[in-house]
Design a protein around this ligand. Structure first.
Ligand code: GLU
Ligand code: ZN
Length: 493
């Protein structure tokens, strides 16, 4: 065990998104690489925005991805509770201490007053941050505000010095004092804000490395200042945590990938049937490289070599095609039995298999898997490719030919082809791939002098319902003679 302690601390609002998962992955990998501790903390102090559903989804997401945490919700740990909503007393006590020591103060300014003064500052070409008006209020002023029934926020007093830290990713970063004004840490309602609870918990949970998205860069000087204050009042002991800010992820049109972009939603990946292995593999490449051009690796392999120092500060580009293709690579590494296990829930969900598939259906699935394993990049694509095998069976959807394919391929010209195919297939006594292929070739390619595409296209559409399907002769073998013939007959009609 090393003393490295990292944290993943999302707010449970909305659906988990890939930016968040990348942060979780990099923290996890760093903890595993160093033999340190991966802390999972839920930042749910914003009653208006947080939801229990989102909390459940977050836990479920990390479990699905296999990003196991060492301390956190449901497993506990020495620094619990790990949901901030259960730590409110702690924050209250610390805010009071910061007030008592003068590191924070009550600010009575109303929103309108603040806005007015910001406007004035802008007009005078000054930096429009909080102007420190309430830093030194006289007792009379405070009494006057109270008489007006004003309820104060708690503001943290930023030292009037610049803040510099050596970012693990970006090197030296400096924020000038004038760009970091005093900031609110507790609302007038008494609700503590992210600005307080996040660094406080980093201290109390003894976090050594803060790896998070670049969008949080500007909160770092504030957190460093708060850290120093917590040190001064004896809450923190020791070194400031080290910070590393992971690069932005850019989406289409070189705009920052937004939570609203469909490819940013974790749910989308689960619904389409990306493997956790594939998704994590791809997300690892957003700002980091394995080295030696290796682009295919497991999260465990990533952990063996992961170093924050090799995270690239430049924005990373999100490329869904590449993500999908890596996922396809992962699908090809699975054993057929494993792929069957992973695919089955999707087949059930799409109504291809019943909730409790019969064992002979599972046997068919296992036989068919090798036919599509090379061709699919997501599990859902597999559903489309295999649906025809299970259609018209108890508990499954009925067989349907894609109407677009039907119109294109099942034309009047196809009629004689299908008739000849049926005659050829009827007389096969041993229903094997090889016999099927031979019978169809003899009848259609040689007998009718058709090009293979023209010959087999109608048969394929008649039997599988689509033009893109697993290899035809194998498909026919697995489907069986009777069902194959029935479908060809019905297509002829
Ligand atoms: N709860 C914060 C967020 O989700 C955490 C930010 C941080 O890692 O410090 O944005
Ligand atoms: Zn004020």
């Amino acid at each position: 065990m090393s003393n490295v302690r990292v944290r993943f601390c999302p707010s449970p609002t909305g659906n988990p998104h890939v930016g968040m998962i990348r942060t979780a992955l990099f923290n996890w990998a760093y903890a595993r690489h160093t033999g340190g501790t991966f802390v999972f903390r839920i930042e749910d102090t914003d009653i208006a925005r947080d939801s229990q559903q989102s909390y459940v989804d977050l836990l479920d997401a990390l479990r699905w991805l296999g990003l196991d945490w060492d301390e956190g919700p449901e497993i506990g740990g020495p620094h619990g509770p790990y949901r901030q909503s259960e730590r409110m007393d702690i924050y209250k006590e610390i805010a009071d201490k910061l007030l008592a020591s003068g590191h924070a103060y009550h600010c009575y300014c109303s929103q309108e007053e603040l806005e007015e003064r910001r406007e004035a500052a802008r007009a005078a070409s000054k930096t429009p941050g909080y102007d420190g008006a309430c830093r030194k209020l006289s007792d009379d002023q405070v009494a006057a505000y109270k008489a007006q029934d004003r309820r104060p926020v708690v503001r943290f007093r930023m030292p009037d010095t610049d803040f510099t830290w050596t970012d693990l990713v970006r090197g030296d970063v400096t924020f000038a004092a004038e760009h970091v004004p005093d900031y609110v840490i507790v609302r007038a309602t008494g609700e503590p804000l992210y600005t307080l609870v996040n660094p406080v918990d980093d201290v109390l949970m003894e976090i050594t490395h803060v790896l998070r998205g670049e969008d949080l860069l500007s909160s770092t000087p504030r957190q460093l200042a708060l850290y120093d204050a917590l040190n001064a009042i004896g809450v923190a002991k020791g070194e400031r945590p080290l910070y590393g800010h992971l690069p932005y992820v850019m989406g289409e049109g070189n705009k920052k990938l937004s939570k609203r972009d469909p490819e940013s939603s974790l749910l989308m990946y689960r619904e389409e049937g990306y493997l956790p292995e594939g998704l994590l593999n791809y997300l690892a490449l957003l700002g980091w490289a394995f080295g030696n051009d290796v682009e295919f690796f497991s999260k465990e392999e990533m952990a063996t070599v992961f170093d924050v120092a090799r995270v690239n500060a430049n924005p990373a580009r999100f490329d869904l095609k590449k993500c999908t293709s890596i996922n396809g690579d992962w699908i090809r590494t699975l054993s057929p039995a494993d792929l069957v296990t992973r695919l089955t829930p999707y087949l059930i969900k799409e109504g291809v298999l019943s909730a409790e598939p019969a064992s002979d259906q599972m046997a068919v699935l296992l036989r068919a898997i090798p036919l599509i394993q090379e061709r699919m990049e997501t599990l859902r694509q597999g559903v489309g490719m295999l649906g025809f095998l299970f259609a018209d069976q108890p508990g499954s959807a009925s067989f349907e030919i894609d109407p677009i394919e039907a119109e294109k391929v099942l034309t009047p010209d196809a009629q004689p082809v299908l008739l000849a195919a049926r005659d050829a297939l009827v007389s096969i006594s041993e229903w094997t791939t090889q016999n099927i292929e031979e019978a169809l070739r003899v009848a259609l390619v040689e007998g009718m002098e058709l090009k293979p595409k023209v010959a087999f296209g109608p048969v394929r559409v008649a039997v599988t319902g689509r033009r893109v399907s697993p290899p035809l002769f194998e498909s026919l073998e697995i489907l069986g003679q009777e069902r194959s013939l029935a479908r060809i007959t019905s297509a002829i009609k």
